[in-house]
Design a protein around this ligand. Structure first.
Ligand SMILES: Cc1cc2nc3c(=O)[nH]c(=O)nc-3n(C[C@H](O)[C@H](O)[C@H](O)COP(=O)(O)O)c2cc1C
Length: 394
């Protein structure tokens, strides 16, 4: 992607070099354009070194006018997205008014590419009705706002106004250039493993890093879906800016959450490792150490099977099947698809657990063959979401 980064006079500008490095690592080409405030708070030579491109200043009538007199119009023609990161209260006000008093604002007015804005300011400035009014206006123009987060800002005040995380900013920028084929669709995904209590401090759990569930969530979100995550125990960080997160640490809590959320979801992904058994009678007090311990287990409710009973025609289910015996994998995948009304099943391999890369077998109810897919979990998620898109919109 070709990205123009508009940097304004917020202290959040100090995070821009980190953003540029991450964007470059992901293969994007970046050009920076600074407002007068942005110029004061940035190190221009560092921005040039990191992007490999000259930094555009605030002046519309620069000394090099003869070289490119219409830069304010031509630059955006080869740009996939303009990101105003960070955006000050002042720049939000100028954007709302449609002002064109520097190169960045003039470029925005003359652009037809998406505009993505990450406000960053003191909580009092963020909560001011004027800022709120300007934000509403800006959204009416179709510009995307990356919401700031709660935290302690540079001056020491605490509240809303801190610039969003770099990972969220990148996700919003990339989404702006991705076809929004799942716009308006609700996707529900469980991920991570569950833990079943033996006593107040001990549990029995299932291994699941949550990496595959997270990758699927990212892929659906990037294509416009509204994603709710039912979060078990996992090793990844997930964005609460972009996803609605429900904590579901046990099989029982996951069942409850899915019974509430699945009926209003279009696509349901069962990516968590849910306990099949739970201690029949968890001890109320900590079990003393020493001696021998016998536990009896009862089966948990099979959540996917239960939801299959009320699956609606417009709904699409994606499930996983993990076997330690390869010989029975395909039979099990088909059995689960039928029993749990999965539209897509991913045959999982125990070697995949916790890894960044994986090998899966992909099968859907329209397929005549089992496809072996391998690669980074993000690449696998893209393939699964591609397949979902093809089948869901058949
Ligand atoms: C050290 C410093 C940090 C600032 N940080 C912010 C900020 O985070 N957000 C904001 O809206 N304004 C901030 N300001 C005020 C803006 O720089 C000021 O409103 C300026 O006019 C913004 O111009 P611009 O929007 O054209 O960049 C800061 C000012 C200073 C001196």
């Amino acid at each position: 992607m070709n990205i123009v980064l508009g940097i304004t006079g917020s202290i959040g500008a100090i995070k821009v070099p980190e953003l540029i490095r991450a964007l470059r690592k992901r293969g994007h080409c970046v050009q920076c354009m600074v407002t007068s405030g942005g110029k004061a708070l940035s190190c221009v030579p560092a921005l040039e070194a990191l992007t490999g491109n000259k930094v555009w200043g605030p002046e519309i009538f620069s000394s090099s006018l003869a070289e490119n007199p219409y830069a304010h119009l031509t630059l955006s023609q080869t740009t996939d997205v303009i990101g105003i990161i960070p955006a000050t209260a002042n720049t939000l006000a100028r954007l709302a008014l449609g002002m064109a008093d520097d190169l960045l604002l003039t470029t925005v007015l003359g652009a037809s590419c998406p505009i993505v804005i990450a406000p960053a300011m003191n909580p009092k400035m963020w909560n001011h009705p004027a800022t709120d009014h300007h934000l509403q206006k800006i959204q009416e123009y179709g510009y995307t706002i990356i919401p700031p987060v709660y935290g302690t800002v540079a001056c020491g005040d605490e509240g809303m106004g801190k610039m969003a995380e770099i990972s969220d900013i990148i996700a919003f920028l990339e989404r702006s250039a991705t076809p929004q084929n799942f716009l308006g669709k609700k996707v529900l995904i469980s991920f991570g493993g569950t833990q079943e209590k033996i006593d107040p401090v001990r549990f029995i759990g299932n291994g699941s890093s949550g990496k595959m569930g997270k990758a699927l969530a990212e892929s659906f979100w990037k294509r416009g879906a509204e994603v709710t995550l039912c979060e078990g125990i996992h090793q990844v960080s997930v964005s609460d800016t972009r996803f609605t997160i429900v904590k579901t640490p046990s099989a029982e809590s996951l069942l409850k959450a899915f019974q509430e959320k699945a009926p209003v979801s279009d696509i349901v992904v069962f990516a968590s490792a849910v306990a099949d058994f739970t201690p029949s009678v968890p001890a109320q007090q900590k079990i003393k150490s020493g001696g021998h311990l016998d536990l009896t287990f009862s089966p948990t409710v099979d959540i996917a099977k239960k939801l299959a009973e009320t699956k609606m025609d417009h709904q699409f289910f994606i499930g996983f099947s993990l076997e330690t015996e390869n010989a029975i994998l395909q039979t099990e995948m088909m059995r689960k698809a039928q029993q749990k009304k999965f539209d897509i099943v991913l045959g999982n391999n125990v070697k995949n657990l916790g890894e960044d890369t994986a090998e899966y077998v992909l099968w859907d109810t329209h397929s005549t063959h089992f496809e072996e897919i391998a690669g980074a979990k993000e690449e696998i998620a893209e393939k699964v979401v591609n397949r979902t898109e093809t089948l869901y919109f058949l």
